[in-house]
Design a protein. Sequence first.
Length: 94
Amino acid sequence: MKLIRVADMLQTMQMRDTDGQRIPFSITFVTCDLKKDEGGNKITLKKAVLVGASSSKSTAKNPQHYANYTRNIKVLGGDRLIKMHPILVTKFNG
């Protein structure tokens, strides 16, 4: 198993193709929600993309992803957002 830094994983998640579209990645992570006191579920997505980040023009409430150390991802072609914690990723593009 090859280990990568979280910063490198996040940089890879933000990559775009020549058309400006996000490049899909595979990811496995463990859920955690301290406010609801729940989590511990393992989620695997074979083709996911990062949502928001540097190109987001959303006028909705700022979720403060950097302060809370979370990111929103979704299954490629889907519309349901999944909030994940990068430090809880157990497998990335592997």
